[in-house]
Design a protein around this ligand. Structure first.
Ligand SMILES: CC(C)(COP(=O)([O-])OP(=O)([O-])OC[C@H]1O[C@@H](n2cnc3c(N)ncnc32)[C@H](O)[C@@H]1OP(=O)([O-])[O-])[C@@H](O)C(=O)NCCC(=O)NCCSC(=O)C[C@@](C)(O)CC(=O)[O-]
Length: 335
């Protein structure tokens, strides 16, 4: 790379970071799932203090919704078995929401003991995945989640719903959008304030996402929906653009592109939060996220896991920051 190109890239980067710090109106809400969806698939146990430090770094970067743990059966997902320690010890930053995933009333009771303000329930969009992930049919799963939602609403907690396998299932193949719309509607009837549409195995394309959105928007308003794309086939950003065309305002992502579900064969990581923030600034959509601190959080966890980041933005900017050798200086640079 020539000196001129290097300088231009560095100017571009500074202006991008400056914009990320200076604009004021949040237009897109980022719901970070790295500490939960991101780490649940890691085979080597990640110590509680590393999980807590990751959550702290995400909060310091300006993320306001951080799904921090799941209270599922430790026999099913051992990686999440320290959820209570995470939730009892993570310093709660005012204004930051620390939701947890719960599969049943048992998990809900644990969540309540940890003083969470929001729980997430997660029926599957397909029979095959429901059996593998929850050990029950879709209908039985919905019944269990209704018990959780009823109790949470009674206790004054917010309830978020996920529908997984919204486009395709690793066991049943393509899923009809009408099926997903029906489950989405049931989640709203249970009292969910928002439903996140999960392309669990990342098989969606802009075309299938558009078809899904048209159907789901017959039962929901765009501001009640979130988009949750895994990037298995490299389609997450184009799928997101297709979803944003329908005016959805909340996007799930995972720091460093970590993620996957142990019960969804072939599922890879989520859309990386660093890539999402870069992409949204490119569209002129403010997120209030400090990209430099976010990159630092991504490097922290990928260094710990001993693997390269899945975030292309982190990789691209990271190399240049090595040259500048001072992340903090870079973040405060003006143009
Ligand atoms: C639903 C169950 C529990 C059914 O599992 P089961 O084996 O049918 O349940 P069970 O009631 O027979 O319980 C088995 C054992 O687990 C215990 N147990 C039971 N529940 C709990 C709990 N809450 N907390 C702690 N322990 C629990 C229970 O006490 C018992 O212990 P034992 O008596 O044998 O010693 C199980 O299938 C499960 O935990 N599944 C969760 C799997 C999971 O976490 N998958 C990943 C998250 S989903 C996802 O990633 C997709 C999403 C949301 O991100 C969207 C997307 O990406 O698209």
């Amino acid at each position: 790379m020539t000196h001129v190109t290097k300088t231009m890239n560095s100017k571009l980067l500074k202006s991008l970071i400056h914009r990320s710090l200076s604009t004021t109106v949040p237009q897109i809400r980022i719901y970070e799932v790295g500490p939960r969806d991101g780490l649940q698939n890691e085979s080597k146990f990640v110590p509680t203090e590393i999980k807590i430090e990751l959550i702290n770094k995400l909060a310091a970067a300006g993320i306001k919704d951080i799904e921090s743990a799941s209270f599922v059966s430790p026999k099913w997902v051992k990686q999440m078995s320290d959820g209570v320690d995470v939730m009892k010890n993570v310093p709660r930053v005012p204004g930051v929401n620390y939701p947890v995933l719960v599969p049943n009333l048992k998990g809900y009771e644990t969540a309540k003991q940890c003083n969470v303000e929001e729980v997430a329930i997660f029926p599957a969009g397909s029979e095959g995945f429901s059996q593998k992930n929850l050990n029950c049919s879709v209908e039985e799963g919905l019944k269990r989640f209704k018990l959780v939602a009823d109790q949470a609403v009674k206790d004054g907690l917010r309830v978020r719903g996920y529908v997984s396998c919204v486009v395709g299932c690793p066991y049943d193949g393509p899923i009809h959008p009408k099926t997903i719309a029906k489950i989405t509607e049931q989640l709203f009837e249970m009292g969910c304030y928002e439903v996140s549409l999960g392309d669990t195995i990342g098989v969606g394309t802009a075309g299938s996402v558009r078809r899904l959105m048209r159907e789901v928007l017959t039962v929901a308003k765009p501001e009640q929906l979130a988009l949750h794309f895994h990037d298995t086939y490299g389609q997450a950003l184009s799928n997101l653009l297709a979803g944003l065309e329908f005016d959805v305002k909340t996007v799930d992502s995972s720091i460093s592109g970590l993620g996957g579900c142990p019960y969804a064969r072939g599922a890879s990581g989520n859309l990386a939060t660093e890539d999402l923030v870069y992409f949204l600034y490119g569209l002129g959509l403010n997120t209030h996220i400090d990209l430099v601190k976010l990159i630092e959080a991504g490097r922290y966890i990928s260094n710990y896991l001993g693997k390269p980041t899945e975030s292309k933005v982190n990789r691209a900017i990271g190399d240049r920051l090595k040259n500048h050798n001072d992340i903090a200086k870079m973040a405060s640079c003006d143009v």
